[in-house]
Design a binder for this molecule. Structure first.
Ligand code: G3H
Ligand code: 13P
Ligand code: ZN
Length: 307
């Protein structure tokens, strides 16, 4: 797949679900969900997931998955922190890469993003960059709440013009990880609107968009996992977001929660089982169920092969 899925989403007013995977089991669960919903999907790999799975294995897995998939699947490198890591991802077969230099000063972010764009475009690979900072944990970099800053719409316009980047991750109030909000979830739709006006043809990306289902948090506690106080982005907000110029919605935390819940529930209910395929299979089924639901929320059901 080397088609820019986000342009279609921008034109038709839906969002493509982008889900992180760090194992074959998670990737297969995501593909199953996308196939069931007949939707395009983005499967993404972080730097640490790449290290965990191993470059050589991953390269083959991407090739096989792409060949066998019945829906448009795009492989994306998530939160690339350097030109070198992005180059590795391109060699591995990713269709698009993110260069995340959002923690650098504006001019430095522009310089590295432009360097990546110039390199990637020659290889037919699309580039996502980030402007503004999400609070919370991005890979191994911690951005304290107090230092987080929303994306400036005028800076976004200048950034896109000078870098020729294909999509832009923006900061409008989400956070990575399970603990996004202490009170009720609030996103800055006013800033989003200004960004849409400033760069109407650029697909936008929302990171830190997991929902962190309250019931799942309670069930996990009962199973011995304590993430009390975890809170994510509500379904209603995500539905609204999907209809805007946000064309890619990233999720990882929800997958981790569902997988764990499926595995632990299976272990508790099957005390004599020691076959990992049984409990991992139960985890995979939970992940598929979760991702199926996400496509409903994002409005991408039956959007595969729709042109
Ligand atoms: O946005 C970051 C993702 O959740 C990746 O996390 O580096 O632990 O794989 P990870
Ligand atoms: P969550 O932590 O909300 O799942 O966000 C993941 C993400 O943005 C990956 O890039
Ligand atoms: Zn992210």
């Amino acid at each position: 797949m080397n088609k820019f899925l986000l342009k279609d989403a921008l034109e038709k007013g839906y969002a493509v679900g982008a889900f992180n995977f760090g194992s074959l089991e998670i990737l297969k669960s995501i593909i199953s969900a996308a196939t069931l919903q007949n939707t395009p999907v983005i499967a993404q790999i972080s730097e640490s997931a790449l290290e965990f799975m191993g470059k050589k294995y991953l390269k083959k897995i991407i090739k096989v998955a792409r060949r066998n998939a019945q829906i448009p699947i795009s492989f994306h490198f998530d939160h690339g922190k350097s030109f070198e890591s992005v180059k590795t991802a391109i060699k591995m077969g990713c269709d698009s890469v993110m260069i995340d230099a959002s923690m650098l000063p504006f001019e430095d972010n522009i310089a590295i993003t432009k360097r990546v764009v110039d390199y990637a475009h020659k290889k037919g690979v699309y580039v996502e960059a980030e402007l503004g900072s999400l609070a919370g944990i991005e890979d191994d970099i911690k951005v304290e709440d107090k230092n987080s800053c929303y994306t400036d719409p005028m800076q976004a316009q200048e950034f896109v013009k000078r870098t020729n980047v294909d999509s832009l991750a923006i900061a409008i109030g989400t956070k990575h990880g399970a603990y996004k909000f202490s009170g009720s979830a609030k996103l800055r739709f006013d800033i989003l609107e200004q960004i849409e006006q400033a760069i109407p043809n650029t697909p936008l990306v929302l990171h830190g968009a997991s929902g962190v289902d309250e019931e799942d948090v309670k069930k996990l506690l009962d199973l011995g996992v304590d993430i009390t106080g975890a809170r994510g982005v509500s379904e209603d907000i995500l539905k609204k977001v999907s209809k805007t110029n946000i064309c890619k919605i990233n999720g990882d935390t929800d997958i981790r929660i569902s997988y764990l819940l499926g595995i632990l529930s299976h272990i508790r209910a099957n005390k004599t089982n020691i076959d990992y395929r049984q409990y991992l299979g139960a985890g995979m089924a939970e992940v598929t169920k979760l991702v199926v639901k996400k496509f409903d929320i994002y409005g991408s059901v039956n959007m595969a092969n729709n042109d």
